[in-house]
Ligand binder design. Structure first.
Ligand SMILES: Nc1nc2c(c(=O)[nH]1)N[C@H]1C(S)=C(S)[C@@H](COP(=O)(O)O)O[C@H]1N2
Ligand SMILES: [Mo]
Length: 514
């Protein structure tokens, strides 16, 4: 009994090593072809299938940490199944070997199926499927090696035999092979790397934004930077592997309800009239007071110009844009043609778009939440009607149309901070893209609303900073902020969750004054 339990434990370890080796080799192949690593193929399906509230929770509580966590969760499940298979396979019978290898094959097939049908940036069928197929093959071979290794030549001779040495050598060999594949992927750079991004030179805009107006930045330590550095710009998307598109391969197809289909290479696009604009981007998932809002200086081609080239036909009211992984976003046609600075952006804060933010081209539309406007890695742009399609997030319970709601946030003091009694300063940001911010007010505890000092306005499409001086008396105090937009409309105090069309309610911060 004791021996058999020891054997099963060894088999469990061997099963995990076999699975690890297969995934490591698959990881290497994924790096070479650009196709999905089977874990990511499954992960993207988990994202697409997870009910709205789970996804909302992940975005809210885990932020970008949800990506490694999701991968880790899938790997843990795989490890458990592989351990079970290895333990089962340890018995000296052909049937048990068959079950173990069958489980490994089953896991591998799941990876292939998900890679075949899920969203992925890889274009060719071979590139797309090869990582999962190789993983499947290695998983089957490795599992077979592990569970057969300890078996003596003939079962009749030695029914309980266990060739410990052969088993250990097999498992160690697989572990080394896996580690080698994994570290090769880490050190070597495969496929389009940073060099492809460097291929693209940021063009000079015909219509430049000029220097930022003086005084847009509130002079208070801890307040947001007016222009968010690219590395700190919030990121929201549904991919585990960020697409690295070679600009030489990129093409944008403008079609649908147009008089003339237009196809643009990156070179064609940047030959058009380029404008440079400061625009604040906001995510619909942002909670009151949350971090999913950032500002950048973008360079791009007005979408209206491209639409004019194609000639929009009567009856169209929407655009369905698609990114390279097949995710779709629906945008009202009116927001692209009403004169606002809706662009196909090619640069962000003086650099080519970072891969995470849509290199080589993304949409940016002032005044709309990102999920209905800001398509990253865009490759297809179809003029259509809302009644004829439904976009990715709309299928998951979010609104079809979603203009940005007026919002304000306290950056300083941080919640639950302890500050000194006497003259104190609070500061933060407020935004109402397309309308601008006219007024910000702060309330201390349940006192009267008092006007904050507004920093200079950049444009109506950017956030606006504010500062508020108050006399802090000892005790606990609550500061609440509210904004009035450029149309004179006061931000609503009515609480709403992000779903379906953006959070509302007033941000407050509790501080201890000593
Ligand atoms: N291709 C693609 N584009 C996308 C998304 C995505 O998941 N895939 N997310 C959208 C959402 S919800 C937002 S808020 C913005 C975020 O852009 P950022 O990550 O550059 O901040 O991109 C939008 N564009
Ligand atoms: Mo978003």
């Amino acid at each position: 009994m004791g021996t058999s339990r020891g054997r099963q434990a060894a088999g469990a370890v061997g099963g995990v090593v076999a699975a690890g080796a297969a995934l490591s080799v698959g990881y290497l192949v994924a790096a070479v072809t650009g196709g999905p690593w089977p874990v990511d193929a499954v992960g993207v399906q988990v994202i697409d299938w997870s009910p709205g509230p789970v996804k909302d929770f992940a975005v809210r509580e885990l932020g970008t940490a949800d990506r490694p966590l999701l991968r880790a969760g899938i790997c843990v499940v795989l490890a458990l199944v592989a351990a079970t298979a290895g333990a089962i396979g340890m018995g000296n019978s052909r049937r048990r070997t068959g079950v173990a290898v069958g489980i490994a094959a089953g896991l591998g097939v799941v990876g292939v199926v998900f890679a075949a049908f899920g969203r992925s940036a890889a274009d060719g069928v071979v590139d797309r499927l090869l990582p999962a197929i190789v993983t499947l093959v290695v998983a089957v071979l490795a599992m077979a090696l592990v569970v057969r290794a300890p078996r003596p030549k003939t079962e009749a001779e030695q029914p309980e035999g266990f060739d410990r040495r052969r088993f250990l050598v097999t498992v160690a060999g697989l572990a080394v092979a896996g580690a080698a594949a994994w570290s090769t992927t880490r050190v070597a750079s495969f496929g389009p790397g940073d060099a492809v991004r460097a291929k693209f030179r940021v063009p000079t805009p015909a219509d430049a934004a000029g220097p930022l107006p003086a005084g847009v930045q509130a002079d208070v330590p801890g307040v947001s930077r007016f222009v968010t550095p690219n590395a700190r710009f919030y990121r929201v998307d549904t991919l585990l592997q960020v697409p690295r598109i070679d600009p030489d391969d990129w093409e944008l197809r403008i079609h649908g309800m147009v008089n003339k289909e237009v196809r643009l290479s990156l070179g064609d696009l940047v030959e058009r009239r380029l404008i440079e604009r400061d625009i604040t981007l906001t995510c619909v998932s942002n909670e009151v007071g949350g971090p999913y809002v950032s500002t950048a200086r973008w360079i791009g081609v007005p979408i209206a110009d491209i639409l004019a080239e194609a000639g929009v036909r009567n009856g169209a009211d929407a655009v369905k844009s698609t990114s390279i992984d097949g995710l779709t976003i629906g945008t009202p046609l009116s927001a692209l043609t009403d004169g606002r600075d809706a662009i196909f952006a090619v640069a962000m804060n003086g650099e080519p778009l970072p891969f995470e933010h849509g290199f080589p081209v993304r949409m940016v539309v002032p005044g709309l939440y990102g999920f209905v406007s800001a398509t990253k890695w865009i490759v297809d742009f179809e003029v259509t009607r809302f009644q004829d399609f439904s976009a990715y997030w709309t299928d998951r319970g979010w609104s079809v149309e979603a203009p940005v709601k007026t919002a304000s946030r306290i950056d300083v003091p941080k919640g639950f901070a302890t500050i000194k009694a006497g003259p104190a300063v609070a500061a933060g940001v407020a935004w109402a893209q397309q309308r601008g911010i006219r007024k910000v007010e702060v309330q201390v505890d349940s006192g009267a609303w008092q006007e904050a000092t507004l920093a200079a306005e950049d444009t109506i499409d950017t956030w606006r900073q504010w500062t508020f001086r108050w006399d802090a008396t000892p005790g606990n105090h609550k500061l609440t902020v509210r904004a009035t937009d450029g149309d004179g409309n006061l931000q609503t105090a009515q609480r709403a969750a992000p779903r379906p069309n953006g959070s509302s309610g007033l941000h407050n911060t509790v501080v201890t004054v000593e």
